[in-house]
Design a protein around this ligand. Structure first.
Ligand code: OAD
Length: 251
């Protein structure tokens, strides 16, 4: 079951000049990529994030941590963008055609938004496709099969780590700056498929509200921002987003 889309949301998108969308693992769930905190199928339901997604974990057991991330990278190689990803790419195109602006702030590391055609994407938590040398800092996108050894080695002899943000690490400063700039200009903000508990992304809705933007949540279940936003639409993003974009931008 899902909520119907309020007409106010359709009107707000149709008339928007500058839209910011924050996406989370829920948008990729319908492509078959596990979320983090969903009770049953979430990654963190099976593994302790503190044992896998921290610099300390990698320092203690680089083989296990790099193997776990490379398995996730291989899984990402097997999946495709779903209708939710394509709807966001279409939303961007329709807004640009009308002389508007669109910024997609994603917490996801799978690059499915880009694969669906989204252009202005800010990767808040890095990308599982990028692997960076701890010694020389060289980062390279790896689209091939499994690494031959774990952790993978750099030509300089250094150890390579996944180019994702781990717990306790800072987000890329440019990503945060560019996000804040976009939030400071937006008149419509969407929070889609995120549990809205990880900072600083979880606070972006407040920046948008302070700017006077209308705010919308699209999520499968209530979150801490459900009572903050102007509209909270419960349901799957892969169904709601395409319908919303169709209704807002139908010719
Ligand atoms: P979570 O797993 O915390 O939350 C996913 C949200 O999506 C949940 O609220 C689900 O109810 C919802 N959801 C699941 N399937 C959905 C669907 N088909 N349509 C709509 N909503 C759906 O994932 P994130 O909020 O993205 O950080 O987690 C934020 C960050 O925490 C991640 O980027 C990761 C994690 O630690 C790092 O790895 C640094």
């Amino acid at each position: 079951m899902r909520d119907t889309i309020p007409s106010g949301v359709i009107e707000a998108l149709r008339g928007a000049k500058s839209v910011v969308v924050l996406s989370g693992a829920g948008v990729s769930a319908e492509s078959g990529i596990p979320t983090f905190r969903d009770a049953m199928e979430g990654l963190w339901a099976k593994y302790d994030p503190m044992e896998l997604a921290t610099p300390q974990a990698f320092a203690q057991n680089p083989e296990m941590v790099s193997r776990w991330y490379d398995e996730r990278r291989q899984n990402c190689a097997l999946v495709k963008p779903n209708p939710g990803h394509h709807a966001l790419a279409r939303m961007e195109r329709c807004l640009i055609e009308r002389g508007g602006e669109f910024t997609l702030l994603t917490q996801n590391v799978d690059r499915l938004h880009q694969a669906a055609g989204s252009r202005n994407v800010i990767e808040l938590h890095g990308s599982i496709w990028e692997w960076r040398c701890e010694r020389c800092g060289v980062s390279r996108e790896e689209r091939g099969g499994p690494f031959g050894q774990y952790p993978p080695q750099c030509a300089c002899g250094g150890t390579r780590r996944p180019g994702v943000v781990w717990f306790g690490e800072q987000l890329p400063p440019k990503a945060v700056r560019d996000s804040e700039l976009a939030l400071g200009r937006c008149d419509l903000f969407f929070s889609v498929g995120t549990s809205a508990v990880v900072q600083p992304a979880a606070s972006f809705v407040y920046l948008a509200k302070r700017r006077g933007a209308k705010t919308v949540e699209i999520n499968r279940e209530p979150t801490p921002v459900s009572d903050i936003v102007d509209w909270s639409i419960m349901g799957k993003s892969g169904a709601i987003l395409p319908e919303l974009v169709d209704m807002a931008f139908k010719k």
